[in-house]
Ligand binder design. Structure first.
Ligand code: ADP
Ligand code: MG
Length: 303
């Protein structure tokens, strides 16, 4: 028998007063995959995720989550899902432990040793009160409560936000393990690199519309990087401008050069090796810059 997809939305629309947050979002997330939901701030990621759990009502379109209509059966949908909201609201006076025990009781079926293990993996102290937690520690509580009941579907709104690089990595690892245990994961991010790291596929949303759905391996070939090179002396590096994928951003003659490269670095690195290099810096452009590069500047003006 064919199982329904984990998530299907068709022509989802939602406005907040005059702000058209979703302009017809079409999504399909397959069972058992990790799908990244990538887009700059304000693109509509949080709004979409909240519609999946019937935490807000879309103005139009249809939603199916694990084959269910969340508007008709919100409790059934929420029972199958682990949800990390963008902002988690918890009783300020509770300790981390009492908050997690409370959420576990609400959920039912939570094994406390599993909660302890998640907390340990994230280096989360159970004793402090919620009101005394840093943003990062609050985020960890959110991650633990989303995973604690081993849900069939994880809906994670920017799961790594506010975390330091080590903890970011651990959260990505936990997401990968949940998938390995059979869960489906849909997680939003505005960081291209982390989506590329763990998601099989990515849906890219921009200004309320899904502009692309792709395998992350296909996106990797399009990774855009800025390269700044300082040479030991003035050189004529025009040859670098002829490398596939390279656009020169400064004059090729001189002691410093800036360029942009799309795709693999191999040919460029070998070409750079012909010059006396003092320093080399490679940076990924912001997601916003990448969007402009891929989808054109005009659309990015919003509206
Ligand atoms: N409660 C709200 N009231 C008014 N506008 C909102 C509200 N929530 C979101 N928006 C607007 O809707 C758009 C999409 O927001 P959101 O879904 O939060 O995007 P993302 O999560 O991708 O950053 C943005 O323009 C945002 O300003
Ligand atoms: Mg958001």
């Amino acid at each position: 028998m064919n199982q329904p997809a984990a998530i299907v939305t068709q022509q989802l629309t939602k406005s907040y007063g005059p702000v058209r947050a979703l302009k017809g979002v079409d999504l399909e997330v397959r069972r058992g995959e990790i799908m990244g939901f990538l887009g700059p701030n304000g693109a509509g990621k949080t709004t979409t995720i909240r519609c999946l759990l019937d935490l807000i009502r879309p103005d139009g379109g249809t939603v199916r989550v694990l084959g269910l209509d969340p508007q008709a059966q919100p409790e059934a949908v929420r029972a199958c899902c682990g949800y990390l909201p963008g902002e988690l609201h918890l009783e300020a006076g509770l300790t981390v432990e009492s908050a997690l025990r409370y959420l576990g009781r609400l959920r039912g079926g939570v094994e406390w040793p599993h909660v302890l293990q998640l907390a340990k993996r994230l280096d989360l102290d159970l004793k402090p009160q919620i009101k005394n937690l840093s943003k990062g520690n609050k985020q960890k509580v959110g991650v633990v409560q989303a995973l604690m009941h081993r849900p069939e579907l994880l809906l994670l709104d920017e799961p790594t936000s506010g975390l330091d690089p080590l903890m970011r990595r651990e959260v990505l690892r936990l997401i990968g393990e949940a998938r390995d245990d059979g869960a489906t994961v849909f997680f939003s991010s505005h960081v291209m690199s982390e989506v590329q790291e763990i998601a099989e596929r990515v849906a890219i949303i921009r200004a309320g519309t899904v502009v692309e759905v792709a395998a992350t391996t296909d996106l990797a070939g399009r990774t855009l990087r800025r390269v700044a090179i300082r040479f030991r002396e003035a050189v004529d590096a025009s040859a670098l401008g002829r490398v596939a994928g390279v656009t020169l951003l400064s004059s090729p003659v001189g002691a410093a050069l800036q360029l942009q490269i799309e795709g693999e670095m191999d040919e460029l690195i070998k070409a750079i090796a012909a010059f006396p290099v003092r320093d080399l810096e490679v940076e990924r452009p912001s997601l916003e810059d990448a969007f402009v590069a891929y989808y054109g500047a005009r659309e990015s003006e919003g509206g």
